[in-house]
Design a protein around this ligand. Sequence first.
Ligand SMILES: [Zn+2]
Length: 327
Amino acid sequence: MIAWWRTPASRGLLAGCLLVLLNGCGEPDAPAPERSAEPVATLPPELPAPEPARQDEAHYDELRARWLELEHAARPPAAAADAIPEPAAEPVEPAPIPVTDPGATPAIGIIIDDVGHHLSRGRRLIALPVPVALAILPHTQSADALAAEAAAAGRIVMLHQPMENGAALPIGPGGLYSDMERAELERTLRANLDSIAGIRGLNNHMGSRLTSDRQAMDWVMPLLAQRGLFFVDSRTSAATQAAFAAEAAGVRHLSRDVFLDNDRSAAGLEAAFQRALVLARQRGTALVIGHPYPETLAYLERRLPDLQRQEGVEVVSVEELLARKYR
Ligand SMILES: [Zn+2]
């Protein structure tokens, strides 16, 4: 028996609720629409109740923080000041990327997820002096504008595909779920891919449950292969099957090495970034994923301009990382 809230119709309703919630986190200078209290009453008890009506832009950040809390509840506290805050589910050592050119300058790639809700934050990413990729959530209010501006600036645009998580948190419009029939999953993914111009690749938003589902991943990857898109596994679960499915489907793929901003304190951001620099020096490359938090943006704006001079590590595009892997 399928619980009512996992049926497509009620998922649409839930996605609508989330959209209403997220639409409340517009730019500071844009008036947020009035939100009705009615949809909240339809949420099943398994889902966390939305916060009381608020007009600031913190809703989305709070949702992700709640996700981190629920999905990685077993994460132990940092043992030392310089410990790297990674989810407990992470393997101790990431899978190595073959270093094809040992003489090349160590390089990191940076992807910023969850883009699309905040026009001004997206523009700050595009304005960074190095090629940071924007992973844009489908059907968000600034998705079209940011995709166009990023492409015009030579930045890589990715679809940040919402996928079912293991904590039953809402994932937003266009989500993929493990109880979908193949046709529905493909229809949803195609619609998302068609909704944003200039997409070069895809990575997963949340997805600890769906990326662990090999069959679902085997349905996702051929669509990427058909369109010549690459895949980045955000690695929100140590049990992820996504990279195996991508490999089997002939899709060029990378996996996230470091989440930059699980801890948004100055020390937390620097410690995570240092871990990426160490990996890049050891292996040649490393892939970092961050989020458009004000703290993360400020950190990148301060750190990236002199990075190569200070650290001997360059920031390259995700496609350059792929080129080094598949050269
Ligand atoms: Zn995300």
